[in-house]
Design a protein around this ligand. Structure first.
Ligand code: ZN
Ligand code: ZN
Length: 547
């Protein structure tokens, strides 16, 4: 008997133990670890911006990442709504809002009885400006990020830092135990942070701010990088589908930034110009140098999110010369960053991934003018029809908030009146489903039982009990709740969900794959390459891409 057990241990159990041990190390484990990991998120970058402008890109930016790196050509968001906070969080936690809790940029907080911003934190204060733009933290992000896992792997020796013009796009990727997260204060044009991370800005950040670089970038007009007639991938410059800076009469080049600053929030204006991405690159390079990232004995991690692409996309739409010019300039920024890294660490010592937090719809009015199905849903129509119904049926509005296409009902009043909540949700969903542009409306009590098509699955993955609303509305393809110029995002459809996913660095083979990769696969892939555990809520799986 003992002999048999020994045999079983050696020949059956032992190999399985060894095998399991190897498997836990992950698919992408290679002997070395990167010295520096850089996550790059381009806010609102549709997948087709890679291909649409390819002939205009230089050799050193997007083209270099595609040529030398590994591109997942069918990477897609696997939940809805496709907004900035959930996007960045899902990339770095490897899971969906149903687990990490970031259901939107802001939502109705039932405890506070008001709208609440995803990174607001009244227990913190701004560091680096007199504004209150810095009273932020990642406390509402409910799981760990890959940066957190990196710090847990070596008793906090690794440096993890987040950078973006947007607070949420800096804070949420960097995670809970980050050394710092910096974002751009519109009032002063300074890079600021929160007392969550530190009491005072490092001396090098103070000197960077003292240079007044945002003001310098805004001291010249925005003209096109190439002769304007070469922007053949975009619509003509003057068209009715684009928004305007305050003080401009038509959406055409050159944009006189010095003259526009006064009416457009001072330094805040830089965010809606490509120079917001330039200053982000400047600051990222300074961060790496001054914090000596990648120069120690452990792996460091920098998260960069480029936001001007989103601000400009919202204002001008996806087919504007302004948008194309922004991507051509971002391409140069990427080239500059890669060249700096070649020199500073060498390609073999870095791991970079580039993706986006969501895409964007085309301007629906433009599509309608081309006879393509599209349109606008009317927030006011939806809310007023719901309220009208509730007053008629129950003698009271009972609707506390309608936001992110979700209804938040007054649960206290509903209980006091003895109304059955499920019945009310179902009735309101029927009313909402009849509104213009609405594809379906789902009562929250049916969330686990609302079908298995891709939209139902994405709605389920985006639903977090306690934060999400009581009725969830989905619009028809290319329908948005937005003004007639520019565009927005948030839908489950491919134009908002399909984004670039590129890995690059010494450990990554060059190539491409057409396998479907949900966005939640980035975090476990990067965790594998850093030899750290997957983030706590991770539901993704690693992409196979090592040499
Ligand atoms: Zn975004
Ligand atoms: Zn946006």
């Amino acid at each position: 008997m003992i002999k048999r057990l020994t045999f079983a241990f050696v020949f059956i159990l032992l190999p399985s133990i060894i095998f399991t041990g190897c498997d836990q190390l992950g698919h992408n484990n290679s002997p070395g670890k990167p010295k520096l990991v850089i996550g790059i998120v381009v806010d609102q970058m549709r997948y087709d911006y890679l291909t649409r402008y390819i002939n205009k890109y230089g050799k050193g930016g997007f083209k270099r990442l595609l040529k030398e790196g590994f591109s997942c050509r069918d990477a897609e968001y696997n939940y809805v709504p496709t907004y900035t906070a959930p996007g960045h969080t899902s990339i770095y936690t490897g899971t969906t809002p149903s687990v990490h809790g970031m259901i939107a940029n802001e939502w109705f907080d039932r405890k506070l009885n008001r709208m609440s911003y995803c990174v607001e934190d009244t227990a913190t204060k701004t560091v680096g400006s007199t504004s209150n733009e810095g009273a932020m933290s990642p406390r509402k992000e409910l799981t760990s990020t890959i940066g957190d896992q990196l710090k847990l792997s070596d008793n906090g020796m690794s440096k993890v830092i987040g950078i973006s013009q947007k607070d949420r796009a800096s804070i949420l990727p960097a995670g809970h135990s980050a050394n710092a997260a910096y974002w751009l204060d519109g009032l002063s044009g300074n890079w600021i942070t929160s007392t969550y991370y530190m009491k005072e800005l490092p001396a090098w950040v103070k000197s960077f701010n003292a240079e007044g670089r945002a003001q310098k970038y805004l001291s010249q007009p925005w003209t096109t990088l190439l002769p304007i007639e070469e922007y053949t991938e975009s619509m003509k410059d003057d068209n009715p589908y684009e928004g305007l800076y305050k003080g401009e009469k038509s959406p055409v080049f050159p944009h006189d930034l010095p003259a526009l600053m006064g009416q457009n929030g001072g330094c805040e204006l830089i965010k809606t110009t490509p120079f917001g991405d330039d200053i982000t690159t400047d600051f990222a390079i300074e961060t790496i140098k001054n914090e000596k990232m990648g120069k120690g004995s452990v792996t460091d991690m920098l998260t960069i999110s480029y936001s001007s692409t989103d601000y400009i996309g919202h204002m001008y739409g996806t087919l504007a010369i302004e948008t194309e010019d922004t991507y051509l300039r971002l391409d140069r920024d990427l080239s500059r960053l890669l060249l700096f890294l070649d020199d500073y660490l060498g390609k073999d010592n870095v791991l970079i991934f580039l993706t986006a937090d969501h895409g964007a719809a085309l301007n629906p009015q433009y599509l309608e003018d081309q006879n393509i199905p599209a349109g606008y849903a009317d927030n006011w129509q939806i809310v007023s029809r719901i309220k009208q119904y509730l007053i008629q049926k129950y003698g009271s509005e009972l609707l506390l908030e309608f936001t992110n296409q979700q209804c938040y009902f007054d649960r206290k009043k509903i209980a006091e009146k003895g109304i059955n909540m499920d019945t009310l949700e179902k009735e309101v969903a029927l009313v909402a489903a009849k509104c213009d542009g609405v594809e379906r409306a789902i009562p929250a009590y049916l969330i686990d039982d609302c079908g298995n098509d891709f939209i139902a699955k994405k709605i389920r993955n985006g639903y977090y009990p306690g934060r999400s609303g009581d009725v969830i509305i989905n619009l028809l393809p290319q329908y948005i709740i937005y003004g007639k110029t520019g565009t927005t995002h948030g839908a489950p459809y491919i134009y908002d969900a399909h984004v670039p996913m590129i890995f690059y660095g010494g450990m990554v083979k060059s190539g491409a794959s057409d396998e479907e990769e949900p966005i939640t696969n980035i975090a476990p892939t990067v965790a594998d390459l850093m030899h750290v555990s997957y983030p706590d809520g991770c539901t993704g799986h690693p992409v196979k891409l090592i040499k």
